[in-house]
Design a protein around this ligand. Structure first.
Ligand SMILES: [Zn+2]
Length: 271
């Protein structure tokens, strides 16, 4: 598998505060105040003269950014890339625990000071992400408790999502799981079309590709989605929500509640 340390310097560019603040925000999703967090990080890293450690890089599908029980030396903030934490079994099988898209970050052990975790962090969709070194992020968090609070809040949400996912994989049908996953991915990229495949979905859900194809076929026959080798287009969103299990509703409520949280506040204000 490719490793991020193999990235050529030419693929990187430094993140300026103005470039970060120019990004559009996604309300109601995951990491509340995502762009404010990135902007604040960028500003503080400039002040600390550590901006060279905050760079925009290309990530490639299949790239492992940190393997099971390895120490995280960087934190990743996806822009167009998508990452996942995966549980790897002794026989090589794996299951996706949580997806990390725009408005999330990979590398929670840096923020919780636990160093490592028993999961693999892998890129599931190629794209760009900001990358910050562990040392620079910790130096920044020391000066920016608001940013640290936001990041810890995201970690809490991620664990809640993983708990719900555990129930989902045990108790809900594959068609329900596929529907839920498609809706979640569509929300993450703000589009009706999701770049994924039956193989990628089966890997994420820990089921066979054949069973995912069967679920996609049933949804296709009903006119709810169309799909090809490269992606799935949601044609009837309301119908897909109806086919999904309750988990999609739970995830939406989870992140909506984080946006409404009284602890959510702008940098510099009391919290
Ligand atoms: Zn479910």
């Amino acid at each position: 598998m490719n490793r991020d340390k193999l990235l050529a310097p030419a693929q990187m560019k430094h993140a300026s505060a103005s470039a970060v603040s120019g990004l559009s925000s996604a309300p109601g999703m995951r990491f509340a105040d995502y762009d404010s967090v990135l902007t604040q990080l960028s500003r503080r890293l400039h002040l600390l003269e550590r901006v060279d450690d905050f760079v925009c890089i290309d990530l490639h599908a299949g790239q492992v950014v940190c393997d099971c029980n390895e120490i995280f030396h960087h934190v990743y903030f996806p822009l167009t890339a998508r990452l996942a934490h995966e549980c790897i079994l002794d026989d090589g099988r794996s299951i996706e625990l949580v997806t990390i898209g725009r408005n999330g970050f990979a590398g929670w052990p840096v923020v919780t000071r636990s160093g490592s975790m028993p999961f693999r962090t892998i890129v599931t969709a190629s794209g760009t992400a900001f990358r910050c070194s562990e040392a620079s992020l910790l130096a920044c968090l020391k000066e920016e408790p608001w940013v640290e609070a936001r990041m810890l809040q995201y970690v809490e949400l991620m664990f809640a999502e993983m708990a719900q996912m555990a129930s989902c994989t045990r108790l809900h049908s594959i068609e329900q799981q596929v529907s839920c996953r498609l809706l979640t991915l569509a929300d993450a990229c703000h589009a009706a079309r999701v770049d994924t495949s039956a193989v990628a979905l089966s890997r994420a859900l820990g089921v066979t590709a054949r069973s995912v194809r069967s679920a996609l076929h049933a949804l296709g026959v009903a006119g709810i989605v169309t799909h090809d080798r490269h992606g799935v287009l949601i044609q009837q969103r309301a119908a897909l929500e109806h086919r999904s299990c309750e988990c999609y509703r739970v995830f939406k409520a989870l992140y909506r509640s984080s946006d409404d949280s009284p602890s959510r506040s702008e940098p510099g204000s009391a919290y």
